[in-house]
Design a protein around this ligand. Structure first.
Ligand code: NAD
Length: 266
């Protein structure tokens, strides 16, 4: 069992109880961490506050639309005031305008490209910059983001999100290099498909789940609790020598070239 007692963490990306970030928040709470959660806008505030009330240690609940630099600064200021320092950040934020994941990739507009990259990749850099001084005060830290194999391979309807995830994973490596001297580690978990609010925007998602089930080495899908368990490793001292890494939690799907094939004689 991972122990996060005495650690303080910020979790960005909870929308509802299906959010991967919520599974990570619950696991971190069970492991003894003190948390701050954020919500993107007033519409989601009630959801996040209700979920927050179910945790063992009442978390700070703060507004943070990651496209707004002032809101990111305000979150860092609240953390400084209430927590004094920070041990980990979970970044589970992604967004692409609907047209960008329904139209052919070739038709992606400049505006949609910018929005997807801003919210899904740049926000990790902006949050890292805001919280790094709070981690430096604690002598170390762990930054964790969530990504998908669509960064490296083509998945139908993933389109500009794949480009955003490629930028996000490259950001993990550049940030790990610059923040390493302060003992701040930077990693990503590349999760297999899970039915969440964000996933509901990808058409054919149920088919994607069944392809994974048929071809992943473990012959099954994964759930958010399994991502959370891997996250506990990366956020805790157990992962203290791991940085610049993309850890796949996808029942092994990424390792496959072809799935099962019939022999010629069949
Ligand atoms: P989710 O919809 O629960 O989480 C996405 C979050 O992004 C929401 O909380 C939403 O409020 C937040 N968000 C969007 N725009 C924002 C903004 N401007 N400011 C702040 N927050 C904003 O879905 P999820 O599947 O839990 O997604 C979490 C992360 O996991 C994403 O990065 C997603 O790409 C990644 N991921 C998901 C899957 C999957 O199959 N569900 C697989 C691999 C990776």
């Amino acid at each position: 069992m991972i122990d996060l007692s005495g650690k303080q963490g910020l979790v960005v990306g909870v929308a509802n109880k299906r959010s991967i970030s919520w599974a990570i928040a619950e696991a971190a709470d069970r492991a003894g961490a003190r948390l701050a959660l954020t919500y993107v806008n007033e519409r989601l505030e009630r959801n996040v506050s209700k979920l927050a009330a179910t945790l063992t240690q009442p978390p700070l609940v703060l507004e943070c639309d990651v496209t707004q630099d002032q809101q990111i600064e305000a979150v860092a200021a609240s953390l400084e005031q209430e927590f004094g320092g920070l041990d980990f950040l979970v970044h589970g934020v992604a967004f692409a305008p609907r047209e960008a994941i329904t139209q052919p990739f070739l038709e992606t507009t400049r505006g949609d490209f910018q929005v997807a990259l801003d919210i899904s990749a740049y926000s990790f850099v902006a949050l890292a910059r805001a919280v790094a001084p709070l981690m430096a005060r604690r002598g170390s830290g762990s930054l964790l983001t969530l990504t998908y194999l669509g960064s490296e391979r083509v998945f139908p309807n993933y389109n500009v999100m794949g480009v955003a995830k490629a930028a996000l994973e490259a950001s993990v490596r550049y940030l790990s290099s610059e923040l390493g001297t302060q003992q701040i580690r930077v990693n990503a978990i590349s999760a297999g498909p899970i039915k969440t609010l964000a996933a509901s925007g990808i058409s054919g998602f149920s088919n994607i789940l069944s392809v994974y089930r048929a071809h992943a080495p473990l012959r099954r899908n994964i759930d958010a609790g399994e991502v959370a368990d891997a996250a506990m490793f990366l956020l805790s001292d157990a992962g203290r020598a791991v940085t610049g890494e993309v850890l796949f939690v996808d029942a092994g799907y990424h390792a496959m070239g072809l799935g099962e094939i019939r022999n010629d004689s069949q």
